[in-house]
Design a binder for this molecule. Structure first.
Ligand code: C2E
Ligand code: CA
Ligand code: CA
Length: 742
């Protein structure tokens, strides 16, 4: 007999039995509704049946999730050992009463366990506990699937009456109700718990926007404390901010049944936050009423972070001005639209000096103030940007006449008229060098426009700073000459175009050559190109590294070849070279490599390194280390062009220096200038006090020599003695032991 699901059997009972039956239903339903646990309900059911039919010991077994085993549901009056033995039994035909009932879905009545074939393997334990009959009814769910078994045991051989059969059937029905309901209640409880503990605000509303249900997160997100009870609606027309077009959103929700996106949500107190909003229409199948579910997840923190990231990507943190990225983006927009503009690039003159002498804090404040002043003179439509370091730019989104541009740059020049007052008593005088380029007149691409403005700025700096320079034809020429030199330089070593000349340096006491400065000569295509022209190009392009190595190799070879002659050599080393050596293996390693290639043990004491003052600005520990190591090897360190740079006395003390070379601009024309003479004298005195050897450069005539000599300067160099000459000629001079003085 297949049992279709029919919950009502009560009518099949007679009077008193019927009353019992109603009581059972009542009890079990009450327990279900009050949320009792399944095992409590099943135990109660077993006890109710046992109470009605005395002599019965009942059990409920539940089918495992894999649907292959029976597990103990409730059997409070069966012996523990028996229950233990049954728990987990695999179902199948011939497996006792319950195993077969669960397997076949059919009722199995065994009135005598001792003889029934189903119990052959199990009767031992049953009989041991005096169980002699067992009737088992499959418990079936609403879809007909077996959920377990309800069994009644007896201590005597016993067959069921019709009423017994109805009873066991009803018991199975009630057990089914309990198992199914408690599962669905459990699911509901879980969903409710999830709903309430969800970190996302969830609210359901009616079509008139009154709140049907809302979780704690919703009240937490929407209301300030205490206002929870006051609000009974969630109206998208009011609660969803104006910057998402809420009419559009509501329309989409009505039309499609859902909407998803970012929205500004207004709290009940009027404040607001950004959220990811999912809105859904809920249709209850049994009614026309529509409800809506709103899932609101606060993203204001993420939004803030992404706003910040966007800000940081486009603005300079120090000055709050647009940064390079933003400026380049704007320039590109103008170029794409073929819309004319002017670009002003600015560099703070001597900014490094401010930073090094007054500290980075003051340097930063100066940059902020410069930014403010630039903004104050800029028209609204100008973009004032900081490109990084001490570089600023102004983008003028118009084609201005030269007069108009001059007027703007005059305003910028005037900025420097008043000192910058930076915290307390620190006042800084600071100027800007300005380069201007125009689109499309000067160039047609972003890169070239930047390059033109940069070139113009470079010219402004070179011609004395604190001025502006409009990009022009001459600059283009100079630029293209530099480009040519750069191209030619690449192959100069390979093509053997370099030669190292030597300029004698004379001991002014004895008149003897004691020293020589190695100076590079370059003959390209039959023409000499001055180091003044090509060295800066080599420095800017990094080619100076290869050239420097070549120079050192020549000088070392020369010293090695003429090791028996008493002279030393000075080589010029660019700032760029020193820094890149410091970053790599170091200058010593590089010298040693060259010496090893020539197979000589290099006599460092015969080498002087000439460096310029600009290298020494700031407190550079690695540089001091490297120079100290060089000096420890015996190498001498000279400061070249002394007096033209920053001439800070502090570094003379800080760095391991042996020698000062007074720049030739002091010597040139010193016979006519008392001031120059005074300076020469002062440098000489100071150097003597610091025990530094002094070399005077650029001595061209004997009057100058006399002046130099009169202040006790040790060494002299200049056309008066000799121009820089090829190696062979220099060796000739050495051999002749010519005296240049006395
Ligand atoms: P510097 O180191 O100051 O070199 C001295 C410059 O003064 C040389 O110019 C030399 O020819 C010139 N000079 C010497 N005596 C007199 C004089 O009596 N009157 C005048 N008016 N000038 C005199 P040069 O050879 O044209 O070199 C220019 C600069 O190029 C050098 O200035 C140096 O900074 C750089 N340089 C030359 N060779 C090298 C090199 O091998 N490596 C590096 N890094 N720089 C070099
Ligand atoms: Ca030099
Ligand atoms: Ca010099």
């Amino acid at each position: 007999m297949h049992l279709d699901y029919c919950p009502i059997l009560i009518d099949e009972f007679d009077g008193q039995t019927r009353e019992f039956s109603l009581k059972r239903y009542n009890r079990i339903l009450t327990m279900l509704l009050s949320g009792s646990s399944l095992s409590d309900i099943l135990s109660a059911l077993v006890l109710l049946i046992e109470k009605e039919k005395l002599g019965t010991r009942a059990s409920v077994l539940v089918l495992s999730d894999d649907r292959r085993h029976l597990l103990l549901g409730a059997a409070p009056n069966l012996p523990q050992a028996y229950n233990d033995a049954i728990h987990g039994v695999e179902i199948g035909l011939g497996v006792g009463s319950c195993g077969e009932a669960a397997f076949s879905g059919q009722r199995v009545i065994v009135d005598d366990i001792s003889t029934h074939p189903n119990w052959v393997n199990y009767k031992g334990i049953a009989l041991a506990h005096k169980l002699l009959a067992c009737w088992s009814e499959p418990i079936k769910g609403s879809n007909g699937d077996v959920l377990g078994t309800f069994a009644m045991y007896y201590e005597n051989i016993n067959a069921p009456s019709d009423t017994d059969l109805i009873l066991i059937q009803e018991a199975a029905r009630l057990a089914s109700l309990a198992i199914e309901r408690s599962k669905s209640f459990q699911f509901q409880r879980q969903t409710t718990a999830i709903f309430n503990n969800l970190p996302i605000a969830l609210v359901t509303t009616s079509a008139q926007w009154s709140i049907l249900d809302a979780n704690d997160a919703f009240w937490g997100a929407m209301a300030t404390k205490g206002s929870r009870c006051d609000v009974g609606y969630f109206n998208p027309n009011e609660q969803i901010g104006c910057d998402t077009n809420n009419q559009h959103m509501i329309h989409a929700l009505m039309a499609n049944g859902h909407w998803q996106g970012e929205a500004l949500i207004k709290r009940f107190d009027g404040s607001s936050f950004y959220a990811d909003l999912t809105a859904m229409r809920l249709n209850e199948s049994y009614s026309d009423n529509r409800a809506y579910a709103w899932l609101i997840s606060d993203i204001s923190a993420r939004k803030q972070a992404s706003d910040l990231i966007e800000y940081q990507a486009n603005f300079d943190a120090l000055t709050q001005l647009p940064n390079r990225t933003q400026l380049l983006g704007l320039i590109n927009q103008h170029i794409d639209a073929r819309h004319g503009f002017a670009l002003m690039l600015m560099d703070v003159d001597n900014f490094k000096q401010v930073n090094d002498t007054l500290g980075h804090g003051v340097g930063d404040r100066l940059l902020v103030e410069i930014g403010k002043r630039l903004l104050s003179i800029a028209d609204d439509r100008f973009t004032v940007a900081r490109l990084g370091g001490d570089e600023f730019a102004i983008l003028i989104p118009d084609v201005l006449s030269i007069d108009q541009l001059n007027e703007v740059s005059q305003r910028i020049d005037n900025l420097a008229a008043t000192r910058y007052q930076l915290s307390g008593s620190t006042n800084v005088y600071s100027t800007l060098s300005l380069g201007i380029a125009r689109y499309p007149d000067d160039a047609e691409s972003l890169e070239l426009i930047l390059n033109c403005a940069d070139q113009a700025m470079y010219v402004a700096k070179r011609s004395g700073k604190n001025r502006s320079q409009l990009f022009n034809f001459a600059i283009r020429e100079r630029d293209s000459r530099a480009a040519k030199i750069h191209a030619w330089l690449q192959t100069a070593i390979e093509l053997n175009e370099f030669e190292l000349y030597y300029q004698p340096i004379i001991n002014l006491q004895t008149g003897k050559i004691v020293h020589a400065e190695a100076l590079l000569r370059w003959c390209h295509g039959g023409q000499f190109i001055s180091p003044q022209e090509f060295i800066p190009v080599a420095e800017a392009s990094g080619l100076i590294l290869g050239i420097g190595e070549w120079v050192r190799k020549q000088a070392i070879t020369f010293l090695h070849e003429y090791r028996d002659y008493p002279f030393t050599i000075a080589i010029n080393v660019s700032v760029e070279e020193i820094w890149s050596h410091l970053l790599q293996e170091g200058l010593i390693a590089s010298i040693e490599k060259t010496a090893a290639a020539i197979d000589c043990n290099f006599p460092y004491e015969r080498l002087t390194i000439e460096i310029t003052e600009s290298l020494l600005m700031g407190n550079q520990d690695t540089l001091i280390d490297e120079l100290t190591k060089l000096k420890a090897k015996g190498c001498r360190i000279a400061i070249d062009d002394f007096g033209t740079g920053y001439s800070s006395l502090a570094y003379l003390n800080q760095f391991p220096i042996d020698e000062l070379k007074i720049d030739k601009s002091f010597v040139l024309g010193c016979e006519y200038s008392v001031k120059q003479q005074a300076l020469i004298k002062a440098i000489a005195k100071m150097s003597q006090a610091l025990e530094l050897v002094v070399v005077a450069e650029g001595i061209e005539n004997s009057t100058q020599l006399e002046i130099i000599n009169s202040v006790g300067i040790d060494l002299g160099q200049g056309y008066l003695f000799s121009k820089p000459i090829p190696k062979a000629q220099f060796v000739d001079l050495l051999r002749k032991k010519e005296l240049f003085w006395r």
